[in-house]
Design a protein around this ligand. Structure first.
Ligand code: NI
Length: 253
C-alpha cells in the first residue's frame, strides 16, 4: 500500500537532529510521496533544499498568516523567484488565522491576496491555512479566483467551510484532528466527494490518536486514512489509492 502525505514540515526544528533517518523511515513505511510545506521565506528555502535531496519529497513556498512579520515586498518577490523551482508544487501555506492573530486582519488579507496573485502568475495551486476565519477566507477566494485551485489543509471540521470549499473547486485535506476524541468528524468527512479528498499529517504537529502528544511523522498518515476508511466504510487500500491519485492531480506531479 502506498500513501501520499499531502502536508508535512520536515523543515521544522524538531526534525533537525534526525531528519535523514526519519525521511528514510517514512519511505520504508510506504509513504511514497509527501510535500514539505514552507510557511515563511527561510522555511520555504529549507523545504526546497529537502525536496531537492529526496526524489519522493516535493515542496511549497509561501508566507503564512502567523509569520506576518516576514511580510514585505522584497520577501514576496523572493518567494515568487524560488517558487519557480521545479520541485515546488504549490504556493503555501497561506491564508487567514484569527485564532492566533485577531489584531492584523487587514494585513493578513493583503498577504493572502498577494500570494494568490503569485500562484496565478506561476500557474500553481495554493495550500490554504484557515482558522476561525471561514467567512473571510471564502470571500477572498470568491473575489480572487485561483486558476489552479488548491487545498484546504488540515481542514477545520466546519461543515459550511467544507461545502463552500468544495463548491469553489478546492480539495479538502484531513489530518490527525479527525481521530481526536469528541472531534465529531463523521459528518464533515462524509461531505467531501471522493475525488476531492486528501490526507495529511501536518507533522510534527497534530499527531493522530493513539499517539497524541508525541512527535508526528508521515507514517502516521495511515491512521488518518484508517479513520476515513471506518467513517466511509471503504477499504483502507482504496482510501490510500484515491488520496494518492488526488494529490498527484492537484500538485500536478
Ligand atoms: Ni502546516
Amino acid at each position: 500500500m502506498e500513501f501520499f502525505d499531502s502536508h508535512a514540515h520536515y523543515n521544522d526544528e524538531s526534525f533537525k537532529e534526525d531528519r535523514e533517518n526519519i525521511i528514510n523511515y517514512i519511505y520504508n513505511e510506504g509513504i511514497s510521496r509527501t510535500v514539505c510545506v514552507g510557511y515563511n521565506l527561510e522555511k520555504s528555502i529549507e523545504a526546497i533544499e529537502i525536496a531537492e535531496k529526496n526524489d519522493f519529497i516535493y515542496a511549497t513556498c509561501g508566507i503564512s498568516p502567523n509569520d506576518i512579520e516576514d511580510f514585505n515586498n522584497n520577501k514576496l518577490l523572493e518567494i515568487e523567484k524560488i517558487a519557480k523551482n521545479k520541485k515546488v508544487v504549490a504556493i503555501g501555506e497561506i491564508g487567514l488565522d484569527y485564532y492566533w492573530n485577531k489584531e492584523n486582519k487587514d494585513k493578513q488579507k493583503e498577504l493572502f491576496i498577494k500570494q494568490i496573485e503569485i500562484a496565478n502568475k506561476l500557474n500553481k495551486p495554493i495550500v490554504i491555512h484557515t482558522r476561525d476565519a471561514t467567512i473571510d477566507t471564502i470571500d477572498i477566494l470568491k473575489n480572487n479566483p485561483v486558476i489552479k485551485k488548491g487545498i484546504f489543509h488540515c481542514c477545520p471540521l466546519n461543515q459550511e467551510l467544507i461545502k463552500e470549499g468544495v463548491k469553489l473547486g478546492f480539495y479538502i485535506s484531513f489530518s490527525g484532528n479527525i481521530t481526536f476524541k469528541n472531534a465529531n468528524s463523521e459528518a464533515p468527512v462524509k461531505l467531501v466527494p471522493l475525488d476531492r479528498l486528501l490526507i495529511e499529517t501536518d507533522c510534527p504537529y497534530l499527531t493522530p490518536e493513539p499517539f497524541r502528544g508525541k512527535r508526528n511523522d508521515s507514517s502516521k498518515v495511515k491512521l488518518v486514512a484508517s479513520k476515513i476508511s471506518e467513517i466511509l466504510q471503504i477499504p483502507l487500500g482504496k482510501i490510500a489509492e484515491i488520496t494518492y491519485k488526488n494529490a498527484n492531480e492537484i500538485f500536478n506531479i
